[in-house]
Design a protein around this ligand. Structure first.
Ligand SMILES: NC(=O)CC[C@H](N)C(=O)O
Length: 305
C-alpha cells in the first residue's frame, strides 16, 4: 500500500504547478504550493502515508463536517435541517445570490459557507469560547490527536478579511436562520476553520465515518450510524461544492475539501483518507489532491457506485 501511495503522489505532483494557493485569506498565501501528501487509515487500524504527509494546514471547509456532526448531536437532525437545506449547489462556496433566491432563504446545504455558519450557530455552549472549546475537544477525540490547536495567525487573517462571510451571516440573521449574536457565530466559524491539522488527522476522521461512527482504533462509538450516514451522503452531493458531481463520477468517494488544501475522504467499510495539496483549482479544491484520489480510487476500486 505504501508503495502504491508513493507512486501515485509522485505521478501527480506536477499538477501542483497548475494551481494557486488561496490568497483571499492573506495568511493562506504563505502555504507551500508544491506540497502534496496522503495518509490512509484502514478500518483495522493500519496507517500508510506518502509524500509531504507531515505538512500542517488549516482545516478550513473540512471543519464543516465536524460541526455538522456536533450540531446534529446537540440538536437532532430535524432542528439542524430546519435551518439548513440538503441540496447541492451549482454556485461557488461563498455565493451570496443563492441565499435569497433558492430554498426559501435557507442556505442550500451545510458544506457551503452560509450553511456552515448557520450550522455552527446551532452548536451548544453558553459563550463563543465554550463552543470553540467543544469543537476543539470533539475534533481531538475523533482524530485521536490531543495536539490540535487553532492557528491564531490564520484565524486573525480571516477575521480581518472575512467580509463576504459577514454579509452571508447578517443576511441569515435578517431571515431568522441565525438567531443569536452574528459576530459571535462568525468568530466561532473563523476559529473552527483555523484548526491546524495534518493529512493523518483527516484520514482518521474519515475512518470514523467509514466505520459508521465507531473509532476503529478504540472501538468507541462516537456518533450514531445514522449521523455518519447523513454526513457521508451530504459529502457526496455537496462536499466539493459545485464540483461535487464531477468528483462523484470520477472518484465516487464521500469527501470534503477545504481551501487550506486538505481533502477528507471516507470509503465506507474500508478506509479513511486524508490528502494535502495547498495549490487549488478554480473552484477551491486541491488540484493535485483530486488527481491523487482519482488514481487511488481507480487502482483500488474505491468508488461507492
Ligand atoms: N472553501 C473553504 O474552505 C472556505 C473556508 C474559509 N474559511 C471561508 O470561509 O472562506
Amino acid at each position: 500500500m505504501k508503495k502504491l501511495l508513493e507512486a501515485i503522489v509522485e505521478r501527480n505532483r506536477h499538477w501542483t504547478s497548475q494551481g494557486e494557493v488561496a490568497s483571499y485569506i492573506p495568511e493562506l498565501s504563505k502555504a507551500n504550493r508544491d506540497a502534496l501528501g496522503i495518509c490512509v487509515v484502514t478500518l483495522d487500524g493500519e496507517e500508510y502515508s506518502a509524500g509531504d504527509y507531515e505538512t500542517k494546514f488549516t482545516m478550513q471547509s473540512v471543519s464543516k463536517i465536524v460541526t455538522l456532526m456536533l450540531a446534529i448531536l446537540d440538536n437532532g437532525k430535524e432542528n439542524v435541517f430546519s435551518k439548513v437545506g440538503m441540496e447541492p449547489t451549482s454556485s461557488s462556496f461563498n455565493s451570496i445570490v443563492n441565499l435569497e433566491t433558492k430554498n426559501l432563504n435557507k442556505p442550500l446545504n451545510p458544506m457551503i459557507n452560509s450553511g456552515a455558519i448557520a450550522t455552527t450557530a446551532l452548536i451548544a455552549g453558553e459563550t463563543p469560547e465554550e463552543k470553540v472549546e467543544r469543537i476543539l475537544k470533539f475534533t481531538r477525540r475523533i482524530s485521536g490527536n490531543p495536539d490540535i490547536y487553532i492557528n491564531e495567525d490564520v484565524y486573525r487573517s480571516e477575521k480581518e478579511t472575512g467580509h463576504r462571510n459577514r454579509s452571508l451571516a447578517y443576511f441569515m440573521k435578517s431571515t431568522g436562520v441565525i438567531e443569536g449574536n452574528v459576530e459571535e457565530s462568525l468568530d466561532v466559524y473563523f476559529k473552527q476553520c483555523s484548526m491546524e491539522v495534518t493529512a493523518r488527522d483527516l484520514a482518521r476522521i474519515g475512518a470514523l465515518l467509514a466505520n459508521d461512527g465507531i473509532l476503529p482504533w478504540t472501538g468507541e462509538k462516537i456518533i450514531p450510524r445514522e449521523v455518519a450516514r447523513i454526513v457521508k451522503t451530504i459529502m457526496v452531493t455537496c462536499g466539493l461544492y459545485d464540483a461535487s458531481g464531477k468528483f462523484a463520477v470520477h472518484i465516487g468517494i464521500p469527501s470534503k475539501s477545504g481551501v487550506g488544501g486538505g481533502i477528507l475522504s471516507a470509503v465506507p467499510g474500508r478506509m479513511g483518507i486524508g490528502v494535502v495539496g495547498p495549490a487549488l483549482d478554480a473552484k477551491g479544491n486541491s488540484i493535485a489532491g483530486v488527481k491523487v484520489l482519482e488514481d487511488l480510487s481507480r487502482e483500488m476500486d474505491l468508488s461507492i457506485f
